[in-house]
Design a protein around this ligand. Structure first.
Ligand SMILES: *Cc1c(COP(=O)(O)O)cnc(C)c1O
Length: 389
């Protein structure tokens, strides 16, 4: 028999990291779109936007084909000028910083707090210059950033705030939803994210001007409601107001989004069980488990990350050993400023952000999908015990 504490035999099947939980009603919802004949942006996108407004309490929600698109458009509508600086975390996905660059700005990294793995708010002010226009905090793994401190700094220095909520759909800070603190919040529905549409994203805001521009710039810069130009409401000519982008979401994606969003709290509760089980069993191993949840916050439980606390094995060797045991794990992330482009363009070197580098060298994400069975979770624990025990 397999299981915790017993002689562990590898699983038969590879456990794919981040595989989403897709159920019969999700499949049904997509089938209905396919049969409807309207695959592009249409009524399901409208529904998903309305549902997302309802879920977050934001006044406006604009569905797009990715969070990357949302981050890019957010930076565009802030009107960055060449050389304008945007402060962000070096422990994030490359899309966060790339979006700043695509809008003509320059990413300025500020080191993380080693416990929360979020941008260290106490280090932000030292990085502010006359060129600083915005702060782009990332709610890493789903743990909300210290938004009271970040918003106070932004107010004092008259900076805009755009929240990268790719990990943070369910996250709340002092009773308020992540994504509603700043000027805009950007969410991801990529395959591995807490709500999955395959590819997809959403920007929320309370600012009507930003909302209108994002909607328009996300569809070629065509005048409002251009997506209706082939509908039964009568042919509509559109006008191009800005050289925009092709970032609209399709109804196929939105149908999945509507169906998945209904189950967001159910999936969350399942991930919370897995989270506690990992905490219980992994605390004995030479690794650091995630910091406890801060009071009055809701962690969105997107990634369960551990940082290795041993010289006995490197993170990359541990990843290989887990793959041998048929467990797919992830790395979120290698330090962004040390990738060739950022080194060469901005002159970054090892030593610039010690906490991010320390973490990035040792961090590993364990499977945390709501799809996991008890046996899957036991197998992850056993594989770690076998390798590290
Ligand atoms: C996934 C992710 C993104 C990009 O999301 P897409 O929807 O894939 O474009 C941006 N930032 C972070 C932190 C992410 O994890």
């Amino acid at each position: 028999m397999r299981g915790i504490g017993r002689g562990f035999m590898s699983r038969a099947e590879f456990l794919v990291f981040g595989s989403p939980r897709i159920e019969e009603d999700d499949i049904q919802a997509v089938n209905e779109v396919l049969r409807s004949g309207w695959l592009g942006t249409g009524p399901r996108v409208k529904q998903f936007e309305a549902d997302f407004r309802g879920y977050t309490g934001a006044r406006y929600a604009m569905a797009l084909n990715s969070c990357t698109a949302g981050l890019h458009l957010s930076m565009v509508v802030l009107g960055l000028k060449p050389g304008d600086e945007v402060i962000t975390s070096p422990l994030t996905f490359c899309a966060t910083a790339n979006s700043i660059i695509h809008a003509g700005g320059r990413p300025v990294f500020v080191d993380i707090n080693k416990d929360t793995l979020n941008i260290d708010p106490d280090k932000i002010e030292a990085a502010i210059t006359p060129r600083t226009r915005a702060i782009l905090p990332v709610h890493f793994a789903g743990r909300p950033c210290e938004m009271d401190k970040i918003m106070a700094i932004a107010k004092k220095h008259r900076l805009k705030v755009v929240e990268d909520c790719a990990h943070a759909i369910e996250a709340e800070y002092h009773g308020q939803k992540a994504g509603t603190f700043g000027d805009m919040g950007c969410f991801s529905f990529y395959v591995t994210k807490n709500v999955a549409t395959g590819e997809g994203g959403m920007v929320i805001t309370d600012n009507e001007e930003y909302a209108d521009k994002i909607k328009m710039y996300g569809l070629h810069g065509m005048s409002r409601d251009a997506w209706k130009r082939f509908s039964d409401e009568g042919f509509k000519h559109y006008q191009v107001i800005f050289p925009g982008f092709k970032y609209n979401m399709m109804d196929i994606q939105a149908a999945l989004g509507v169906s998945q969003l209904k189950k967001v709290e159910k999936f969350y509760r399942r991930r919370l069980e897995i989270w506690h089980k990992y905490n219980t069993h992994l605390a004995k191993l030479p690794l650091n488990i995630p910091a406890p949840f801060a009071p009055q916050t809701k962690h969105a439980l997107h990634l369960y990350t551990v940082t290795l606390d041993t010289r006995q094995i490197t993170r990359d060797k541990l990843l290989d050993a887990l793959i041998q045991e048929k467990i797919g794990a992830g790395v979120h992330y290698t330090a962004l400023h040390l990738h060739p482009y950022y080194r060469e363009t901005f002159g970054h070197r090892r030593g610039d952000f010690p906490a991010a580098e320390y973490t990035a060298d040792r961090i590993l994400s364990l499977p945390l999908s709501a799809k996991l069975t008890e046996q899957d979770v036991d197998d992850v624990v056993s594989a770690l015990e076998k390798t590290l025990g």
